[in-house]
Design a protein around this ligand. Sequence first.
Ligand code: SF4
Ligand code: MSK
Length: 639
Amino acid sequence: MDQKYSDKATQKMIKYAAEENLTTVWDRFEAMQPQCGFGKLGLCCRHCSMGPCRIDPFGDGPQTGVCGADADTITARHLTRMIAGGAAAHSDHGRGVVHTLQLAAEDMGSAYQIKDEKKLKAVAEIYGIKTENRKAKDIASDLVSEVKKEFGQQDGTIRFVTTAPEVRKQLWEKLGITPRSIDREVVETLHRTTMGVDAEYRHIIKQGMRTALADGWGGSMVATELQDVLFGVPNPLKSSANFGVMDEDKVNILVHGHEPALSDIIAEISLSEEMQKKAVDAGSKGVNVAGICCTANEILMRHGIPIAGSFLQQELAVMTGVADIMIVDIQCVMPGLKAVSDCFHTKLVTTSSKAKIPGVHHVEFHEKDAEKTAREIIEMGIENYSNRKAEDVFLPSEKEPLIAGFTAESVYDFLGGTYRATYRPLNNAIIEGRLRGAAGVIGCSNPNVDYEKGHIQMVKELLKNDVLVVVTGCNAISCAKHGLLQPESAFKYAGKGLQEICRAVGIPPVLHMGSCVDNSRILRVLSNIVAEGGLGNDICDLPAAGAAPEWMSEKAVAIGFYFVASGVYTMIGKPLPIMGSENLYNYLTDEIEQETGGKWAFEEDPIEAAHKMIRHIDKKRKNLKLKPLVYEQPFPVED
Ligand code: SF4
Ligand code: MSK
């Protein structure tokens, strides 16, 4: 796989891995070729033991499975199960946060505190909980009990849905896709896609959308909002990203996965004089914490803890030889870490009751013992420092400064008014044509494409055309490593209109909005823009688009579907595994727009993908009869 588009530090590490005969995710990907064509097209089914079945894509062999399910049914069932997997992952994360908030509300001696009472009250009010003249812990207790009930409720709808634009809520009702509860939608999806139940592809996808909405406006939003209550609403801050944030002279603790509950405490305790002294006593110059994947994004957003790398860099981070301990919680953790950490001194530790790796040391984390576990882990890292071998150290020095920590709230402060909280200046910038529109570029990286080519080329092309970009997940990490999260990058890459906005308010042209669950922040931003007025009545009216150019996880499928169901044009690189069904392809990339106002698009060339997004943005500007762009620039109409 071509690595010329990835950051320099990664290129060095991949070369080093090859020289040292160390296996990486890219090697395993190569060894897996050719990958199963039926699987890629979505044409295989093993939902019962009359199968596995496969449909012949060339029309010569079987066109149905043993039960009679055709390509449309099989692809739709499989895809919808992917949505359920992704929604379950985000939502179970959210459930964990509810339990942590419960501890903060009930146990005053807990390591967790309610750090943001303003946010607590705002969320409680959405849930219809009285906040006036009440103590924070009482409000939090009521909120916990309401949210807990909501996960499994049988009637009613998810409360955060009430924050969507009015027209959108009515549309969901009309389509019958308003999510009722988080667990119920996941369970119903699994039921409807099991052998002999739902066979009508559009009907299956509708349930898929309801499940995805239960994620975006439910589980993910619960995770984001309650994490803000517990750990504080992020504010823009400075930090840096890439392997160079690890310090050869210090004990390096890497935190990887998705949940901030333990890592947040590790980040705090590692700074204590006591821990720094222990590290010095062990012969180092102190303790240094850095993150991988979305755990990184979480503690970056709130503490400015630097990012060591994204999803595809997890094994390479161990190969630097300076990672004294890597703790992993849930999601996007490669079991391949075991083999690579066996080749180095790195202590690999699993910490979630939900996730173990064979042969890997397990320190189970329970919130009530948060400080004790955090200490144990930091001390384990300090102790392991002496096992570091100088001959194994290969640490690229590259790191890029960045600004992160943007939220739906901070858009008020930065792009909003000076004297009152408003999105008006942001809306006006779009209405007057200084900004063409906005795009959310998010998601994973995947060894099936050139690492970071999709993310970086797409984002730069959008900037050049005056599109403000918001990023989350591993795309945010890639943008950080390529210097796009710095205000100066506006003058290198942005069109004149976007440059003016960035100069006026001192922001980068690419706004880091957090982790994967924080895509729910983007839903809130879109709703706030609609509420501010002047850009239509619904999310689908906005000159906006979304993309996940290098997607990999089921979570990306769930995210994509909650954006499509919310009215967003959603672009991905490699197609969804549905290309074996022409009907499903036509539905998702075209006909669905008549129903939700959003649709899917697949385009592997990142520049052309950006152009398609820009054309969509321009179409929306035209529909809204907005003024021409202040700095009109030549733009390829058709490539
Ligand atoms: Fe085959 Fe139908 Fe069973 Fe799927 S559900 S494995 S298509 S028989
Ligand atoms: S970590 S889901 S690889 S973005 Fe959220 Fe990155 Fe994708 Fe995992």
